[in-house]
Design a protein around this ligand. Structure first.
Ligand code: PEP
Ligand code: MN
Length: 339
């Protein structure tokens, strides 16, 4: 249920409402809109009508049900777009298109620092790189783990770029959160509910990738798992879904971008690298994603893709990435955004 407070309602009235929601066995989430505060009360759907009684409390304008199964992620709770602050210099969801770029996996100090500087100089605002890799095969490179996090931190120091890196299990979330500016939930873990809850408890911004066979509603329900733990800093990432098509690694579902934007206030970005699996197609799909309304892009960049530990075939060399970024300016402007 949504408890809409009167505009200018006193803090003491709000506190009373929060207390009553808890007494009724629900979890309150305060959401600050531009003109008024609303409180999302989430919990057992079956008994939610008891919350209707809050309508008679001081400062409450009305109590309305949230019709969508995803509650806190829904536009019903918050009509205006949310922004997610990553660092002093980077916020996702404003007019600026945020590009996060870097290798699939962190491989060495030289590699990650060199790449961080190259993508920064080309206009990327965040560094990406996997330290823990969720590989389809147990025999593939699994990542440098904590050493990878230390190298990413060094690269952040040298380049000034905040970084996003993946978490693959609940046990290592706290460790990764000590280093990272943003936690990535990968496609293979997008319905790992224990992991979603755990990142929801950290308060760190989360980049949630769409699972490869997830519907848009399931995707939003995964975001809801994170938000219901108290973490509202969620950014969604369309990274391609599995279809009958084999010419590309995945099918980048660009229509998901406007569909998501119609359903949720959360920022949405696209990952054309995993979406296509082939560097030849990355720039075209990056432009298309911006045209479709994406708030940012995740792009894999490697200076020696032939020898990359993972995802070489879809990685752009730094020079190609820089060229793509130049052209992207025009698409950003056409979409009334900037880089
Ligand atoms: C990645 O970002 O390197 C990755 C593994 O992505 P996804 O989870 O989308 O496959
Ligand atoms: Mn990858």
């Amino acid at each position: 249920m949504i408890i809409v407070m009167k505009s200018g309602a006193a803090k003491k009235d709000r506190d009373e409402v929060l207390k009553r929601i808890r007494e009724l066995g629900y979890k309150p989430h305060v959401i600050h809109g531009t003109t008024r505060v609303v409180i999302g009360a989430v919990g057992d759907e079956r008994g939610k009508l008891v919350l209707q009684s809050l309508e008679s409390m001081h400062g409450v304008e009305n109590v309305v049900p949230i019709l969508q199964p995803f509650k806190l992620a829904s536009k019903e709770v918050k009509r205006e777009a949310s922004t997610v602050r990553i660092s002093d210099t980077v916020t996702i969801g404003g007019r600026e298109i945020i590009v996060m770029a870097g290798p699939c996996s962190v491989e060495s100090e030289e590699q990650i620092i060199e790449t961080a500087l190259a993508v920064r100089d080309a206009g990327a605002r965040m560094l990406r790189g996997g330290a823990y890799k969720p590989r389809t095969s147990p025999y593939s490179f699994q990542g440098l783990e904590e050493e990878g996090l230390q190298l990413l931190s060094k690269a952040r120091e040298v380049s000034g770029l905040p970084f996003v890196t993946e978490v693959v299990n609940p046990e290592t979330v706290d460790l990764v959160a000590e280093y990272a500016d943003m936690l990535q939930i990968g496609a293979r873990n997008a319905q790992n509910f224990a992991l979603l809850k755990k990142v929801g408890q950290t308060g760190k911004p989360v980049l949630l990738k769409r699972g490869m066979s997830m519907t848009i509603q399931e995707f939003l329900m995964s975001a809801e798992y994170i938000m219901s733990e108290g973490n509202q800093a969620v950014v969604l990432c369309e990274r391609g879904i599995r279809t009958f098509e084999t010419a590309t690694r995945n099918t980048l579902d660009l229509s998901a971008i406007p569909v998501l934007k119609g359903k949720t206030h959360l920022p949405v970005i696209a990952d054309p690298s995993h979406g296509t699996g082939n560097y030849h197609y990355v720039a075209a799909m990056a432009f298309a994603a911006v045209a479709a309304g994406a708030d940012g892009l995740m792009i894999e960049v490697h200076s020696d893709p032939e020898h990359a530990s993972s995802d070489g075939p879809q990685s752009l060399k730094p020079a190609k990435f820089a060229l793509m970024m130049q052209k992207l300016q025009l698409f950003a402007e056409a979409a009334d955004r900037y880089l």
